[in-house]
Design a protein around this ligand. Structure first.
Ligand SMILES: Cc1cc2nc3c(=O)[nH]c(=O)nc-3n(C[C@H](O)[C@H](O)[C@H](O)COP(=O)(O)O)c2cc1C
Length: 336
């Protein structure tokens, strides 16, 4: 009943679970694993600077890479200049995007200083102009990802979403926190529900979804048409399968440790082909901590990652921790 196909403009997704855009993480290797193990309805790139893309697309190649074996992918842009957002929309369309999204939620200082990301929540007119620029440059579905407001005094998610809708957005994702809130504040379901009620296009609820129960809460408390999962899929590309199973009352078994170790190594190998083994090993310090988040002895494993300098040492460490004994503690999936 909750999990069902979803049509956005001319694109029908096989289900309404969305993988969130995750900077530094949701590149093609992660999306491939996510599609294979969890099969969400829509995958997402990390946010890509529209300005950088418009200036030099070849320099942004690693963000644009998309494997043919992936499912539908949303390319997310960040920027505040309608002209470069328009050009970038055309570029990602040519590069094989299935959906193009505008980031109106990023709280990072550098992004806000460029009047982009969550800073856009303060400028409804500019959001309208940016969406229009996207709409004029692609026939693909155009979406926006917003917060519920600018700060505690201004819950203007409805206003921003309505402007985006009037300029041709096909779907809005709402992260249930305002632009100044951190993850320690629980998701504001009521504010997401207000956006759902105000729009006639689909609204996706985002915030704190990690399993069947939390996904069900998002659906029930907001009336949203789908849910987006961020932190819970990091190091757990199977989480979408878990949500699908649990929401219908089935039990989902966490993959065995050896399988998780194999996935981490595969993730590394895919990354190494794109950014080179040296950078991929450094990247694996972060990746490894996600993949080991439900693991007993994770601290020792994470320490060991600091001493890995090539594939051989990484494989040895993974083998020791993931293959030699079943080291997963039955703690389930945590949000970190
Ligand atoms: C490491 C990290 C990177 C993120 N990068 C992006 C991004 O590039 N674009 C974006 O719109 N949101 C980004 N977000 C926010 C998530 O997409 C999502 O809205 C947020 O984490 C709330 O969902 P969750 O509670 O399921 O994690 C990022 C979050 C994290 C933790």
């Amino acid at each position: 009943m909750f999990i069902q196909p979803l049509t956005i403009r001319n694109l029908t997704l096989e289900n309404n679970l969305f993988q969130a855009p995750l900077a530094g993480y949701s590149a093609a290797p992660f999306r491939l694993l996510s599609w294979r193990l969890g099969r969400p309805g829509l995958l997402a790139t990390e946010m890509i600077s529209a300005r950088a893309l418009a200036l030099s697309a070849p320099k942004q190649e690693k963000y644009l890479l998309r494997y043919p074996q992936e499912g539908p992918v949303c390319f997310q842009l960040w920027g505040a200049d309608p002209e470069s957002v328009g050009v970038a929309t055309r570029i990602v369309t040519e590069k094989g995007a299935d959906v193009v999204d505008l980031n109106c939620g990023c709280p990072v200082r550098k992004v806000r200083a460029a009047n982009a990301g969550s800073k856009l929540m303060e400028d409804p007119i500019l959001v309208g102009r940016l969406v229009r620029a996207m709409r004029e440059n692609t026939a693909l579905p155009v979406t926006v990802k917003i917060r519920v407001g600018t700060d505690a005094r201004n819950y203007n998610g409805v206003e921003i979403a309505k402007i985006a809708e009037s300029e041709g957005t096909d779907l809005v994702t709402v992260h249930g926190r305002h632009a100044k809130e951190s993850y320690s504040t629980p998701c504001r379901y009521g504010e997401i529900a207000r956006v759902v009620d105000a729009l006639s296009i689909p609204v996706i609820g985002n915030g704190d979804v990690r399993d069947g129960e939390s996904a069900r809460a998002m659906f029930e408390k907001t009336g949203c048409m789908g849910v987006m999962v961020g932190r819970a899929c990091m190091g757990a590309p199977w989480v979408f399968a878990k949500i699908k199973a649990e929401i219908t009352g089935e039990k989902f078994s966490h993959p065995p440790a050896a399988e998780v170790g194999t996935l981490l190594l595969e993730h590394f190998d895919l990354l190494a082909k794109i950014i080179g083994a040296e950078s991929a090993v450094r990247n694996c310090r972060k990746l490894g901590s996600f993949y080991s988040k439900a693991m007993r002895g994770a601290k020792e494993f994470r320490n060991g990652l600091n001493y890995c300098h090539d594939r051989e040492s990484l494989e040895k460490l993974i083998t020791h921790h993931f293959f030699n004994h079943n080291c997963f503690a039955p703690v389930g999936d945590r949000l970190e």
